[in-house]
Design a protein around this ligand. Structure first.
Ligand code: BES
Ligand code: ZN
Length: 649
């Protein structure tokens, strides 16, 4: 354990137990836990007034000042008939104090059958209690440990409604014949399928035995073996320590196709060839990233293509990124997603945010790296377009967010991280790093990032750890170019600091006069030569349309460019946003199809929001209720809040 983490955990210990808890009475231990837990609870006014404490994880009940989980052995069986994962999680603990405090773990909707604890293989049944359930955080599990116990074995089963698991019927898959299951643990959903310390500041290795129906294959964020016999019993190990949000499992009718020496794709057989072709540049991306930021530390890098209900574009599960099939556009136009998930192998998985307040350390660095990878593989023009679109996304987000949510080191106390998801940690974080690059030069900045990844490798760090590192490095080396006050402004204040870089692309700016001329009636849509437009240009062209367009303008655009029928999901999304706010009926069948067949929240949330805001709540409700059964639990949660208001669960 690094001294940094030790310091942080001691600090949390001091905070959690300040205020009268005596540490030496075993009988009062659960009361102490209750107090510690209470002090993190969302409604706590005192905490809401003071600034959040760096390194404190307000989204975990775990008493990480007393214990650290170092390793997990899972033995789990997947029951598709009951939608239940059942089995045992055996945790290996490091004790940090000689206190007799119970071990407190995070759970959500888990049924705990029994708990045994002890040393090595000598395990005895022990007492455990489930505490009060918090709507955002789940339920703390307190386990009374015998003195010196370092092993805890928990037999448990998940709920069919587990927030981090989606169970799919065969008809929701590409093949249509087999069921499918996948987990999505980030941010705080690992606890819905494994009882553990569900905090990104805790890193653990894991082994797993996964039992499935014999016709299906299981894969994990671990050492997958494409050659493993399909027999319903799969063994995994993840030898590098990772935070719990990177533990991932998927089970389905999965085949494998190699793309390069270290890269390949897992997908349903129906999608395998298309996916391997779309993402064939993955190996070059991996090599390009290594050249600048140091060796890839995770052995293989494979992709898993999920069914379309996957709620994200991608998820950087180590060794096996989970990817939405909605980016298989046929022309590699959306492969920045792969560069992004790959980049997390450095920013995020190697150097990890210590709490969800520090998410920008994961996503901002990754967005910056993504742009660099895209430039390396696809050239300057693509680089500038990707950056310019990112900047526009950031501006759009800044336009409708409260000040407190524009801060990179965001205060999430009392809030569900799923509700606060935005472009700020991504695009503001990336723009900040781009400014640093501009100020000190690319070569020096690359060296800084390489050193940063090496310095903090396999550690979880806070925003303040980053800042301290910056003070010891760049701020000393470049006193003329850099200024600490401005860096603090980027991190701790809303908005974009004045004079920040504003990435633009000529390929975009040349479209502005065309759009204007068409809007002014000077040219017809059919006269615009769109033959060589890339997806990025379409997106820029459409997203730059005014709020209101007339019925005849909409019809003209649609008939000239076939937008309602666009096969590119990003273009379709931009067009459907226009269609909804202008009540363009001819696109509504496509809208309904889009909303019911895709689960990616980047698309669904704005579309539902747009429907509600433009007075079509009834339609939103009808489509949502129809589609709900096929949505991921997260998609149901965030969109019911959009449609029915913040109190909907
Ligand atoms: N790690 C994120 C997804 C995530 C973030 C899940 C926070 C839960 C909480 C993943 O790497 C990601 O950023 N996905 C984006 C990719 C896009 C920015 C290229 C997505 O899914 O859209
Ligand atoms: Zn990401």
């Amino acid at each position: 354990m690094s001294p940094r983490i030790l310091y942080t955990t001691l600090l949390i210990g001091a905070l959690a137990f300040a205020g009268g808890c005596t540490k030496s009475e075993p009988e009062s231990s659960s009361a102490q836990v209750a107090d510690a837990v209470q002090s993190k609870s969302p409604g706590d006014k005192q905490q809401a007034q003071a600034a959040p404490e760096p390194g404190v994880d307000y989204h975990s009940f775990a008493n990480t000042d007393d214990f650290l989980v170092k390793h997990v052995d899972l033995d789990l069986e997947v029951h598709f008939d009951r939608k239940v994962i059942e089995g045992e999680a055996k945790l290996q603990l490091e004790r940090l104090t000689d206190q007799k405090n119970p071990l407190v773990l995070d759970t959500r909707d888990l049924h705990i059958e029994s708990v045994r604890a002890g040393h090595g293989s000598q395990l005895q049944p022990v007492k455990f209690t489930l505490g009060k359930t918090d709507p955002h955080l789940g339920t703390p599990l307190s386990i009374e440990l015998p003195q010196n116990a370092t092993t805890v074995a928990i037999r448990y089963s998940t709920s069919p409604d587990a927030s981090g698991v989606q169970w799919l019927e065969p008809q929701q898959t590409a093949g249509g014949d087999f069921p499918f299951l996948f987990t999505q643990a980030q941010a705080i959903h690992a606890r819905s399928f494994i009882p553990l310390q569900d905090s990104p500041k805790v890193r653990m290795t894991y082994n797993a035995t996964i039992r499935t129906p014999p016709e299906l294959r299981a894969v994990m964020s671990a050492n997958n073996d494409p050659q493993a016999a399909k027999d319903g019993v799969y063994e995994f190990s993840m030898p590098q320590p990772i935070p719990s949000y990177l533990i991932a499992l998927a089970v389905g009718d999965l085949d494998f196709k190699p793309m390069g020496e270290r890269t390949g794709v897992y997908a349903e057989p129906e999608l395998l060839d298309a996916a391997a072709a779309e993402f064939e540049d993955t190996e070059s991306m991996l090599e390009a990233t290594e050249k600048v930021y140091g060796p890839y530390r995770w052995d293989r890098y494979d992709l898993l293509i999920l069914p379309p209900s996957f709620p994200f574009g991608g998820m950087e599960n180590p060794r096996l990124s989970f990817i939405t099939p909605t980016v298989i556009a046929g022309d590699k136009s959306l492969v920045a997603l792969i560069a992004h998930e790959l980049a997390h192998s450095w920013s995020g998985n190697l150097v990890t945010n210590a709490s969800w307040r520090d998410l920008w350390l994961n996503e901002g660095f990754t967005t910056y790296l993504t742009n660099r990878i895209m430039q390396n593989i696809y050239g300057d023009e693509r680089y500038r377009m990707e950056m310019a679109l990112g900047y526009d996304d950031l501006e759009a987000d800044l336009a409708d967010r409260e000040d407190r949510d524009e801060i990179m080191a965001i205060d999430l106390r009392g809030r569900d991280p799923d509700d606060v998801f935005s472009n700020i940690p991504y695009e503001k974080g990336s723009l900040f790093l781009y400014e640093l690059e501009q100020k000190i030069g690319r070569e020096a900045f690359d060296q800084f990032l390489l050193d940063y990844f090496n310095h903090f490798s396999f550690e979880s760090i806070t925003t303040e750890d980053f800042l301290a590192y910056l003070q010891q490095t760049l701020l000393q080396q470049y006193p003329q170019q850099l200024d600490e006050a401005r860096i603090r402004q980027w991190i701790y204040e809303p908005g974009i600091p004045e004079g920040a870089p504003h990435p633009r692309s000529d390929a975009f700016t040349k479209l502005d006069p065309l759009r204007d001329q068409w809007l002014g009636g000077e040219i017809a849509a059919a006269d615009i030569d769109t033959g060589d437009w890339t997806f990025h240009q379409w997106k820029y062209f459409l997203d730059g349309m005014p709020e209101k367009l007339s019925e005849s303008q909409l019809r003209e655009l649609d008939s000239a460019f076939g937008l309602t029928d666009s096969k590119n999901n990003e273009i379709a999304f931009s067009w459907l946003m226009i269609a909804v706010r202008n009540d363009y009926q001819p696109a509504f069948a496509r809208l309904e199809d889009f909303l019911t067949s895709i689960g990616r929240n980047k698309f669904l949330r704005p579309l539902y929001r747009n429907l509600v805001d433009s007075g079509k709540q009834e339609m939103a409700v009808r489509i949502f209720e129809e589609a709900k059964a096929g949505y991921h639990p997260l998609t149901v949660k965030v969109n019911s809040r959009v449609i029915y208001g913040p109190d909907a669960s």
